[in-house]
Write a protein that binds this ligand. Sequence first.
Ligand code: LLP
Length: 430
Amino acid sequence: MTAPLPPLPGAPWIAHQDGELMVEQVALPRLAETFGTPLYVYSRAAIEAAARAWSDAAPGRAVSLRYAVKANSNLAVLRLLADLGWGFDIVSAGELARVRAAGGDAARTVFSGVGKTDAEIAAALRAGVQCLNVESESELRRIDRIAGELGQRAPVSLRINPDVDARTHPYISTGLRSNKFGIPQARARQAYTDCAQLPNLQVVGIACHIGSQITETEPYLDALDRVVDLVRDIERHGVTLQHIDLGGGLGIRYAQETPPRPDELLGALYARLDAAGLGHRPLLLEPGRSVVGNAGLLLTSVVTLKSSLERHFAVVDSAMNDLMRPALYEAWQDIVAVRPRDGAQRRRYDVVGAVCESGDWLGRDRALDLREGDLLAVLSAGAYGMAMASNYNTRPRAAEVLVDGAQAHLIRDREDVSALFAGEHLPPRR
Ligand code: LLP
């Protein structure tokens, strides 16, 4: 007897049934026929369940959830979260426009980001965002000037850099002193007291975000300890803070990771906050990946099977331009056959795209039994998949589908090649 296979990330909404991979009640071969591949497919029920795990995580506590738009910014995803009462965390005027187009509430939107331009600051103030998470002393002065020009008082929260190690991939660690993010902990109190000299600012909170794909509670607790020390110090100096924003960052299971659940994380955070006498203070969180990551997959077809003298390659019709995480971070995401075969011709394949780079791979050394034309699903692709897609090699970006029970809704058209050079101009010939 063979042992039952462990559930896929995304289960129970993404699972094999009668020999076919299903998203909720929709079989993926049907989606491939209707919409073509490569195709991003998301489960509405999985997104909602992940969102509810956050909303139900700390009953009786004042937790405000601000979905990090960068993780997956499709309007349909944003509207789902807005309908569940979530606000948003944005990092550009473009994301602000998306939030508004999806019916999100600017008054429950926080604007993070290390390089907000004057135009973006003005757009955020005009829209009436909840606050700007400020990343430097010079940005504070710029916001003060722009708010003055608009005749407004700008709500600000200072993003501090607590210098803690999130123990994640270096490219997605943001809370170390060597990172570009935030105001150093050691200068934070001065920055807060300086705000009193800037007439067009209103201090509303303190923020920090130490990284992404964090799979342990300890780095959050380390950051919280630093924030608590600062809150006490700052308030002793006469500045009152309304909220504490601890950012996003909670990891998901790609392979064997066992990150804490939102209720476990918040339980630990509140134990510390209670001990510090701050358990009543409104908390803001900015989860992204943990809301959508395991709710989506990238559906792709095998174009060619080929072997070099050393390796077997499955060349598929999606590539690093569709899903950049493996190429950029050497990230591991599970790749499964949509209709698994009997294994008689199983080989170890590098699953690669058609882009002209040797770094263009989606998975390496994967045991798969494949024929040309087979469908594969790259799992855990709901976050930082489509949102990071590009047109490299003049490849149109994939379509996106949201499955809801037995229904499949196209939520983004496949890009048309002509659109890729529609904005380009030929100068007169010499
Ligand atoms: N808040 C701020 C200020 C952030 O910079 C981020 C993510 C989040 C919230 C959401 O973090 P999450 O809950 O999603 O971990 N492209 C990378 C991840 C970059 C994350 C950047 N900041 C990846 O694919 O792993």
